[in-house]
Design a protein around this ligand. Structure first.
Ligand code: ATP
Ligand code: MG
Length: 427
């Protein structure tokens, strides 16, 4: 127990974390360009928020939440997703009085008690974006474009966008009756979960992963044929704008999303490779949620994207990540005076934004050089008694093997100059 992390959690080790940092940097850059500001929300909230915000009939609330009473007797739940917390924050912090739309993004861990498998964990990471206050399809397209551009910038392909509309409470209720009538006839073929769904939320039968349910719903009436005029226009507007900005999509009338609070637009980005855990990103419009959580009527749209599945997909597609760099300079030393000099030099280099490393292990010179090579140092310098007395040392370029005589007190300046030249070069 002591040396095993709980099931469904995992460490992201240094040899992998650079990939995450790369993706997170691109996310920040894209969100910046789209005008989305980062929000950081608590890991836990009142259980009621998720019951209301995620929906009582969803698998998440029914089966997957980490819920416990705290020492003060409050029922607390670890966030299973980000939207409910963001909505709570929007209301609590009076963001309705800000200029609309209010555009936010988050990078969070989320917690669900799941059957652990590849791409499915109990602690996982989501990148999400939410836009509040705008009701037309143009903001839906903006939200979809963020995810689309992220895939492009990360160099991954084979990701399909599927869209659907699940209408508004008015047309959905009518459709629910039509669908229920159809499903009643197929009841014998449905799984036990879907027989309950049939009573509580018949739309959810459409996206059941059980094969028999899939077959049973093949000829089911489509929501798209039952949209009211407003919802139909919204969907047509969405499709037109996606085409205009050049984002490929397919209409899939089975997408209803697991969460109860969606209205009109729903969408998923699905990978052709990640198998049964193929949904990398899911989202849609949730015009009823802010009100359901105690705010005023506010249209809103957003998505959540699974970071583990995204990075898995990048690995599958051999996408490139910028490799982490070793120190610019490794200062090897022989003897205690030289070690002190090395300590001072690496401090000054680091103070000037130049990565530097020294010996901390009492290694022999040979072992220090081996270590410098292992940690991929760009340059090394060896300092001993003679070097200190003569103020001279040999600077070695580890890549080319080239050696240069330099004075000790010029080393810092040399690296500072190289750094600013490099900066200018990239500017
Ligand atoms: P799924 O159908 O795979 O269970 P979901 O509908 O429960 O997904 P959402 O609640 O929409 O997923 O969450 C958005 C994204 O978060 C998913 O598309 C997926 O990439 C990721 N995700 C969801 N649950 C997990 C999990 N347990 N482990 C890793 N990633 C997850
Ligand atoms: Mg799920």
């Amino acid at each position: 127990m002591l040396t095993q992390a709980p099931k469904g959690t995992r460490d992201i080790l240094p040899q992998e974390v650079y990939k995450w940092q790369h993706v997170e940097n691109i996310i920040k850059e894209i969100c910046g360009n789209f005008g989305y500001s980062e929000i950081r929300i608590p890991v836990f909230e009142h259980t009621e928020l998720f019951q209301r915000g995620v929906g009582d009939t969803t698998d998440i609330v029914q089966k997957e939440m980490y819920t416990f009473d705290d020492k003060g007797g409050r029922s607390i739940t670890l966030r299973p997703e980000g939207t409910a917390g963001v909505v709570r924050s929007y209301i609590q912090n009076g963001m309705a009085s800000l200029p609309q739309p209010v555009k936010l993004f988050y990078n969070i861990t989320a917690y669900r008690y799941e059957n652990v498998q590849k791409g499915r964990y109990r602690e996982f990471n989501q990148f999400g974006a939410e836009a509040f206050g705008a009701e037309g399809p143009s903001i839906d397209v903006e939200i979809i474009s963020i995810a689309d551009l992220l895939f492009k910038k990360l160099g991954i392909s084979n990701i399909r966008l599927n869209i659907n509309s699940i209408g508004c409470p008015v047309c959905r209720e009518k459709y629910g009756i039509v669908l229920k009538e159809y499903l009643e006839q197929k009841k014998e073929q449905l799984c036990s979960d879907c027989r309950v769904r049939l009573e509580r939320n018949p739309l959810r039968v459409l996206d059941c992963k059980v094969k028999e349910c899939n077959l049973a719903t093949e000829g089911a009436p489509s929501m798209l044929d039952n949209l009211c005029e407003e919802c139909g226009d919204h969907f047509e507007g969405l499709k037109g704008m996606l085409e205009k900005v050049g984002i490929d999509y397919a209409v899939d009338s089975r997408i209803v999303r697991g969460l109860d609070y969606y209205t009109k637009t729903v969408f998923e980005f699905v990978s052709e490779n990640v198998g049964t855990q193929g949904t990398i990103c899911g989202g849609g419009r949730y015009d009823g949620l802010v009100e359901a959580c105690g705010g005023s009527v506010t249209p809103a749209v957003g998505f959540a994207l699974g970071m583990e599945r995204l990075i898995m997909e990048m690995d599958n597609q051999n996408a490139s990540f910028p490799l982490p760099k070793g120190p610019e300079l490794f200062v090897a030393s022989i003897g205690s005076d030289a070690d002190l000099f090395a300590q001072e030099l690496v401090y000054q280099l680091r103070e000037n934004g130049i990565s530097a490393e020294k010996n901390h292990m009492g290694r022999s010179l040979k072992a220090q050089m081996k270590y410098a090579d292992k940690c991929d140092a760009a340059f090394t310098v060896v300092i001993g008694e003679n070097e200190i007395l003569s103020n001279k040392a040999v600077l070695k370029n580890m890549e080319t093997g080239e050696e240069k005589d330099v004075s000790l007190d010029s080393i810092l300046e040399r690296f500072k100059r190289a750094k600013s030249a490099c900066k200018e070069g990239t500017a």
